[in-house]
Ligand binder design. Structure first.
Ligand code: NAD
Length: 250
């Protein structure tokens, strides 16, 4: 299937992990991919896509800065002549601490990257989608948008906020042809979670509680993002899709 032939998509946080796997999956289905990331390793994602004969470009972007996201959208239009969908995926997991021990700078990091980064991206993207009559947005939330784990309060609160923001945007822009959905992955092995994957104590405990008995690979998250950005998802709007191997099913 080449669902994105002739289309261009924007992906944030594609230097590593879920964003990288999704950017590659988009390119394999024909999309031109504009990547925004604070990490120069996004160049490696671009090289991988170009090496397979796809189209991609990277612009260094800090999602905490609204101007960077305006520029990223402008670059996508300049480079590829269009922007049809956007995957707002950049995120950070602050150090795990109980609420009473979290310093303000760690709280601010979660607010600025995990919430404001998505908000600013959506503002830039929506301005463009309004000018062309529509588009699709997918935001990365987490199972932390549905349930709470200890010592992850700021992350959990910001992922709940992303899910709420997704619904709010769907309601505001449905009549203008813009669909906005979110994904809520469970435990995916990426640089963000490698410390958990490497801990037998953590994995023994987690896998015993989780009906899938394992963590996901980033490539298992990408197909849902592509579906939500595709015409096949034309009646899906304001939803947060759980992709957790059943973690939150019991
Ligand atoms: P990751 O660390 O591999 O990817 C995060 C990406 O975001 C990186 O490319 C990083 O450079 C980028 N980034 C961080 N701060 C940025 C900033 N200020 N500006 C621009 N880019 C920035 O981790 P991942 O697991 O692939 O995470 C991707 C998303 O998935 C995040 O939003 C994360 O919260 C979410 N998520 C991850 C899991 C998991 O288990 N790995 C589960 C649920 C949700």
């Amino acid at each position: 299937m080449m669902r994105f032939e002739g289309k261009a998509v924007l992906v944030t946080g594609a230097a590593t992990g879920i964003g990288r796997a999704t950017a590659i999956a988009f390119a394999r289905e024909g999309a031109s991919v504009m990547i925004g990331d604070i990490d120069d390793r996004a160049d490696e994602t671009v090289a991988m896509i170009l090496g397979e004969g796809g189209r991609a470009a990277f612009r260094k972007t800090d999602v905490r800065k609204a101007g960077d996201l305006d520029e990223l959208v402008a670059q996508c239009l300049d480079r590829f002549g269009r922007m049809d969908a956007a995957f707002n995926n950049a995120g950070v997991l602050p150090p795990q601490r109980p609420i009473h021990e979290i310093p303000e700078d760690e709280l601010d990091l979660a607010i600025d990257v995990d919430f404001k980064g998505v908000f600013f991206a959506m503002q830039s993207e929506i301005r463009h989608f309004l000018s062309v009559g529509g588009g699709a947005i997918v935001n990365t939330a987490s199972v932390g948008a549905l349930i709470a784990d200890p010592n992850m309060s700021a992350y959990c609160a910001m992922k709940h906020a992303v899910s709420g923001l997704t619904k709010a945007a769907a309601v505001e822009y449905a009549q203008m042809g813009i669909r906005v959905n979110a994904i809520a992955p469970g435990f995916v092995v990426t640089p963000m979670t490698q410390h958990w994957a490497d801990s037998n104590e953590f994995t023994d405990m987690f896998f015993a509680q989780n009906i899938s008995g394992r963590a996901a690979r980033p490539e298992e998250i990408a197909p849902t993002v592509l579906h939500l950005c595709s015409d096949g998802a034309s009646f899906i709007n304001g939803a947060t899709f759980t992709i957790d191997g059943g973690q939150t099913a019991h």
